[in-house]
Design a binder for this molecule. Structure first.
Ligand code: GLV
Length: 326
């Protein structure tokens, strides 16, 4: 019997590819760039399963081009806004993601952005490298205190709660807003559930951990930025379009808020002109889960999901369980 065919849209850790090869015929796009939608439609045609990245658009048109034999698309990410869930349900294609294994890395990264922005680390590093440092001075690179300040978390899921746990070691007061309450973090960490307006008004640091969906598009816009403290720092390691980048640029230029640490952008890999000219912003290229162990573990989940589905079992981390019930 012919082996099932798996297409991987870009190189992921070798361990994952080797594991896949034990079971399937595997094609990998080895080019160091994301495929266009048109390329994906051609290259993945005829495959039974795919590993995709957040840079791949998988909608009904793509699924139809790949063919009705395709049973599973395993997204190598926890976020899956690049997948058209309704189109997959309609076609009976199982979609999976990689939750859990990247919580530590992502929360650590968000906290790193918070600390680095508060203490102006990138700006100060550049100052030294540029040979501008003339000696200790009492009034330069004055930053923001983090200890005992209020941390606002938008989205208290796995990653939000992980960052809340880290914040406890800084004795931070934790407030959060979410569509659902999280009794566990309220009990364990004393986090307080607040409405969005209170979150905006009271946070010294506001970190975003909501998924991107119609309800969270531009969750932070001009109106929200105006409600924030002038001393506040915004951290975004969720998805770029959760923040209205133009409104953020204006708020930062006009010192409406104090600073921002950004891992994600509205039109990646483009960064809005103007943002990089500001000292009160740290910009990094969507690397929150980029640690070797995390990326290997993400690969293990994606591969395991494909093995399970292609052997007739349910995957561990399905994002459209409606298909499993069919
Ligand atoms: C990365 O952005 C992810 O969703 O895993």
């Amino acid at each position: 019997m012919n082996k099932a065919r798996v297409y991987v849209t870009r190189m992921i850790p070798e361990e994952s590819i080797n594991e896949l090869r034990k079971h399937f015929e595997v094609d990998v796009n080895f080019e160091d760039r994301a495929l266009t939608k048109a390329e994906l439609m051609i290259k993945a045609k005829g495959c039974d399963a795919l590993i995709t990245l957040i840079t791949d658009t998988v909608d009904g048109e793509v699924l139809d081009a790949i063919g009705a034999q395709c049973k599973v698309v395993a997204n190598y990410a926890v976020g899956f806004n690049n997948l058209d869930v309704a189109a997959a349900i309609q076609r009976g294609v199982i979609l999976t993601n990689t939750p859990g294994v990247l919580d530590d890395a992502t929360a650590t990264h968000a906290f790193t952005l918070l600390l680095a922005t508060a203490r102006r680390i990138v700006e100060a590093d550049k100052y030294v490298r540029d040979g501008k440092w003339k000696g200790w001075a009492p009034m330069f690179f004055i930053g923001m205190d983090v200890d005992r300040r209020t941390l606002g978390i938008a989205g208290m899921g796995r990653i939000g709660s992980n960052i809340a746990r880290k914040a406890k070691s800084f004795d931070m007061k934790i407030i959060y807003a979410d569509a659902r309450r999280n009794p566990q973090v309220e009990k364990e960490l004393g986090a307080t559930y607040v409405d969005k307006e209170t979150l905006l008004k009271e946070s010294d640091f506001l970190t975003l951990h909501v998924p991107l969906m119609p309800e969270t598009f531009h969750y932070i816009g001009e109106k929200e930025l105006q409600m924030m403290k002038k001393t506040a720092v915004l951290v975004n390691a969720s998805r770029g379009p959760v923040v209205d980048e133009k409104a953020l640029l204006k708020a930062l230029q006009e010192k409406q808020i104090w600073g921002a640490g950004l891992d994600v952008f509205e039109n990646e890999p483009e960064v809005l002109a103007g943002l990089t000219a500001l000292d009160n912003v740290i910009v990094v290229p969507h690397i929150a889960s980029a640690t070797s162990e995390t990326r290997i573990n993400m690969g293990k989940i994606a591969v395991n999901n494909i093995i399970k589905v292609l052997s007739g079992q349910s995957p561990e981390t399905c994002v459209n369980p409606e298909v499993l019930k069919k």
